[in-house]
Design a protein around this ligand. Sequence first.
Ligand code: ZN
Length: 273
Amino acid sequence: MLTPDRISLNTATVREQWSLAECIEGCQRHGLGGISPWRDKLQEMGVTKAAQAIRAAGLTVTGLCRGGWYTAEGRLTPAVKDDNRRAVDEAAEIGADCLVMVVGGLADGSRDLPGARAVVEDGLADTLDYARGQGVKVAIEPLHPMYAADRACVNTMGQALDICDRLGEGIGVACDVYHVWWDPDLKAQMRRAGPDRLMAYHICDWLVPTRDFLTDRGMMGDGVIDLPLLAGWAAEAGFEGLHEVEIFSAEDWWRRDPDEVLATIVERAANVC
Ligand code: ZN
């Protein structure tokens, strides 16, 4: 049971309706404690202006979404490295708790999954090296295995933490329940991550049936994820951060009045999370 100040709004949840400025005002109006912008919204507003507005609103920035996408060319390119360094700079300027990484899948026409994973690890090492100098933490978001080809070839908490073990300080995981709720090893891996490496916690729900595996995420309480159980595991692992609500919903929540969306989030946080 979460009070609104324990909730952060991932701007993807109302991305079709609101600009970042409107998201910031909406968070204040509904008493939310934090925000997690996407880079397109951030750049649209202007990073410096956004940073000022977020600070003035007293919101915690639970993350910046997102860096990564290392594998599009099948190898690590200077352009991809540079873009991730810019993402680090943006995360630093808005004071984000972490830069969330969606690492990329297979390059067009490739079947080389181990090769893609090697490119990802090299890319993360490069970004991490720069991020350490800027005081920014890097959070790998493992994506559900159904996205291994086209979005992210890091697919479990355990796999992400193995990478963190190899890369060392300053890198951890963004745990999104939509991607990992099914994993029989989830509780153990949350504990393994611990408070230093469990850098973000994203919530929504898994609908049955799911009409679209990218854009039909459910509002908390409308699906099958035992959110209080998972929240308990996160707390046992030492996670004390905000719960970030991230709902991609082309047919439902993106079509509603965004104030209704935020009011529903607050109500569900209190009753089902
Ligand atoms: Zn997420």
